[in-house]
Ligand binder design. Structure first.
Ligand code: CA
Ligand code: CA
Ligand code: CA
Ligand code: CA
Length: 372
């Protein structure tokens, strides 16, 4: 029996000691108006030539949650703090996510000003509202950011590192991009805004309207767009990359590492909603970086499972309400059997299957062991 068990261990190590697809993030340089239409990612959300509904990244007709990780410094993002309220002051911060429509309603965006996040929405003829964060995020450390909007009444939420910073009633209405929307024909350098309006833009002020509207200079990773309110109270920040579910409208792991396509890994119906990277500026951005929120060089915890169970994205499926995280070591002890199931990617830093233990990865599932 022992020989067989050891053989099983050898086979498992052989089969699953696969190099982890390297994690990456995107590093923007905030070139903004200095490099028009460059140093940004553009995710198309509408085609101005027809009235078809946009791809799933065109959120705002339902509840939404936008969340991602960021890392940046104050010296690279110098816009001054401004007042939040019934205004559109988010456009004066260093813009991280720009879903503006030039001189038209149904728009939103997120920026960082004076070190604090500003999330703003303009409703469907219902006014404007910005909400401000209270955590200083320009400390050159990774932070998880989540912004939410409720469709029924426009209520807005801003969470930083899982802590609610502000929530207020906001402007009402559908704020998705109108399917038959026509961008302003003269607003963008005297020309049409066809090249900026019908996009969600990452890392820049989308219209290159001027130095008054600066762009984000820093890292961005693991962007998820959902058509639901993910968070109803303070929460523990994600410990590993997201896995898609029925509410995921777009999911960008930013792990490509080369090329100019930002892959949408959501699998959402009607998608995907890929981003196109527009490199440029000086220094040229965005670039692929190995600096990510989930990188780890050593185990943070060692999880030695005295249970059998199923390793799944939902902690409920891992017995005793736990599932391993990407920086944790996992040991499956003798007498127990653990299975990775579901169309998801399980991750851990190291995996040791002890003699007498069982471990299986069900067809259609993936296991990634290691980091970077
Ligand atoms: Ca990543
Ligand atoms: Ca259209
Ligand atoms: Ca309202
Ligand atoms: Ca639309």
């Amino acid at each position: 029996m022992k020989v067989l068990a050891n053989l099983l261990v050898i086979i498992i190590l052989f089969l699953f000691h696969i190099p982890l697809s390297a994690q990456r993030s995107l590093r923007f340089y905030g070139n903004g108006v200095q490099a028009p239409d460059q140093d940004r990612v553009k995710i198309r959300i509408d085609d101005p030539t027809n009235s078809n509904s946009g791809p799933p990244a065109d959120i705002g007709a339902q509840d939404f949650t936008i969340e991602f990780w960021m890392k940046a410094s104050l010296t690279d993002n110098t816009s001054a703090m401004t007042n939040c309220g019934t205004n559109i002051n988010w456009i004066y911060g260093n813009i991280i996510i720009d879903r503006d429509r030039y001189n038209q309603d149904r728009k939103f965006g997120l920026s960082v000003a004076g070190g604090y996040l500003i999330f703003g929405v303009s409703g469907d003829g219902t006014g404007d509202r910005t909400i401000c964060g209270s955590t200083f995020v320009l400390d050159d450390s990774w932070h998880h950011v989540a912004i939410q909007r409720r469709r029924t009444d426009g209520h807005l939420w801003l969470y930083v590192d899982g802590i609610l910073e502000e929530d207020v009633d906001g402007p009402d209405g559908d704020i998705s991009y109108p399917d038959a929307g026509t961008p302003c024909s003269t607003c963008c350098g005297g020309n049409s805004c066809d090249n900026s309006d019908p996009f969600m833009v990452l890392g820049a002020e989308k219209h290159d309207a001027g130095a008054t509207y600066p762009s984000y200079n820093g890292f961005l990773d693991e962007l998820r767009l959902s058509n639901s309110l993910r968070y109803s109270s303070n929460f523990s920040v994600p410990q590993s990359p997201f896995m898609s579910d029925t509410h995921t409208m777009a999911l960008y792991h930013c792990d490509e590492g080369s090329g100019n396509v930002l892959i949408d890994d959501s699998g959402a119906a009607g998608g995907p909603s890929p981003g196109v990277i527009h490199p440029g500026g000086s220094p040229a951005g965005p670039i692929w970086s190995t600096d990510t929120p989930f990188s780890c060089s050593m185990a943070e915890n060692s999880w030695s499972g005295p249970q059998s169970g199923t390793w799944h994205q939902n902690p409920m499926y891992w017995s005793q309400n736990y599932f391993p995280k990407i920086c944790e070591s996992v040991e499956i002890n003798s007498g127990y059997h653990v299975s990775v199931t579901g169309e998801s990617t399980a991750r851990c830093l190291t995996l040791e299957v002890m003699p007498g233990a069982g471990f299986s990865v069900i067809l259609g599932s993936q296991l990634e062991v290691g980091s970077n």
